[in-house]
Design a protein around this ligand. Structure first.
Ligand SMILES: Nc1ncnc2c1ncn2[C@@H]1O[C@H](COP(=O)(O)OP(=O)(O)OP(=O)(O)O)[C@@H](O)[C@H]1O
Ligand SMILES: NCC(=O)N[C@@H]1O[C@H](COP(=O)([O-])[O-])[C@@H](O)[C@H]1O
Ligand SMILES: [Mg+2]
Length: 389
């Protein structure tokens, strides 16, 4: 195939539905290939809007508003970047002939834990934790009893740990019920999951188009309150666990179909691999690829979307540490010492217009040719030296 690059940026259009830190990097990579970018989100000056050709601020959960920007701009590709958006609009857009990445059905399946869990466990026969779905507090109590303690309770629609809790005993269930209600997604239905005492967890970035599927080296990560704080690549795994992880990722991404990169989240215990969930888009833990790979997960996403070859060079080991705001501000600032800028580090400040406690605002990326442990240590040191202004 020949890729005819647009030499001025108005002949291929990509629209991002969601414009956070991940979308910002996608926009930059698309623009590097001459593509026109349109960044849509529910607040002004979202990170990707700061760098895109055009920006729209709309209610992303409103079908008509989403369809309106799509019909007005007529993008060649629509890239959902957040989960909280009108899925009806994506189905309708697809019906009208627009190209949703990877496809509306995959976005629908992955944005709802019930859909993706049943697709993986029932339709594809992939190993997962034990699970039940509930809609009432009594239902939750029953399900937790069946599954056993500790168990993990999550709204079927939520991300970044919102509304999620671990119940250690029956006494915790009412609190878990309340926590789930506060979630930003649809908290009317919950999943109760067996707590997997994994040795470690990974994101297996998997890029696919019609011609090939490419796996990045596995990314290990640490989550706090259901949100990632550190990631490193490569995660040292047994050959068997790695092979099983790749086979599982191939199965789930082939099942979802379409073009793009996917973040397949897996729990590993010995050589056993459990599927947790999958993002049909770049993954936050995958920001580390901006320092470890010649083509980051964002560049691979853009290439996969365009149907271009997905090969790249692995430079070595790296790590990422997320910087989260300590307080609320309309003029957020952070002090970063000179010593954070080394030949083996990259600092990315997202440019979010507003901070609130716990909001991810920046990331430190570090490189170490041979050791992810050393890279991780360096990223922890750098982030530990960030001071709220
Ligand atoms: N069944 C489980 N057993 C053990 N740990 C779990 C389980 N489910 C979730 N966790 C822990 O909580 C983290 C977040 O869970 P999950 O990925 O389902 O939520 P999320 O809100 O979608 O997160 P994100 O959007 O950041 O990927 C997991 O990465 C894992 O560390
Ligand atoms: N785990 C999903 C994830 O990391 N998504 C990333 O966070 C942004 C929202 O940030 P905000 O909540 O600070 O607005 C999203 O737009 C996306 O870039
Ligand atoms: Mg997750």
């Amino acid at each position: 195939m020949i890729f005819t690059a647009p030499l001025k940026s108005d002949s291929i259009k990509m629209m991002l539905l969601g414009s956070g830190e991940l979308g910002k990097e996608v926009v930059i990579e698309a623009q590097r290939l001459g593509i026109e970018t349109i960044a849509v989100d529910s607040y002004n000056n979202a990170p990707a809007q700061l760098v895109a050709n055009k920006a729209y601020t709309i209610n992303m959960k409103n079908k008509d508003e989403v369809l309106d920007v799509i019909r007005r701009e007529k993008p060649d590709y629509i890239l959902p970047e957040v989960e909280a958006l009108s899925i009806e609009a994506l189905f309708e857009a697809e019906k009208e002939g627009f190209n949703v990445i990877p496809n509306a059905d995959a976005v629908n399946k992955t944005m709802n834990r019930k859909n993706i869990r049943e697709f993986a466990a029932v339709d594809l026969g992939i190993p997962t934790s034990k699970y039940e779905f509930v809609t009432t507090l009594d239902g939750l109590k029953n399900a937790a009893n069946n599954i056993g303690f500790p168990c993990v309770i999550k709204p079927v629609m939520s991300s970044s740990g919102h509304g999620q809790s671990i119940a250690k005993s029956a006494d915790d269930l009412e609190k878990s019920w309340e926590i789930a209600k506060e979630a930003r997604g649809d908290a009317s239905e919950l999943i109760v999951e067996e707590f997997i005492t994994f040795d470690y967890e990974i994101t297996l970035l998997t890029a696919r188009n019609e011609k090939e599927t490419v796996f990045c080296e596995p990314i290990g990560h640490i989550q706090e309150d259901g949100d990632y704080i550190f990631s490193w690549q490569p995660m040292n795994m047994s050959e068997l666990a790695k092979k099983r992880s790749q086979d599982l990722a191939k199965k789930i991404t082939d099942g979802l179909g379409g073009r793009g990169i996917f973040g397949v989240e897996l729990f590993i215990k010995g050589d056993e691999v459990y599927f947790s969930e999958v993002s049909p888009r770049p993954h936050d833990t995958g920001m580390v690829t901006m320092i470890t790979q010649s083509a980051s997960e964002f560049a691979l996403h853009v290439r996969a979307v365009l149907g271009l070859p997905l090969d790249y060079i692995d430079y070595g080991a790296g790590a990422s540490a997320a910087y989260k705001a300590k307080g609320d501000s309309f003029n957020p600032k952070v002090d970063i010492f000179d010593s954070s800028f080394t030949k083996e580090s990259i600092i990315r400040v997202f440019g979010k217009p507003q901070s609130h406690e716990g909001r991810r605002m920046a990331v430190a990326l570090t490189f170490d040719k041979d050791s992810s442990d050393k890279a991780l240590q360096k990223s922890k040191e750098i982030i530990g030296n960030f001071h709220d202004n």
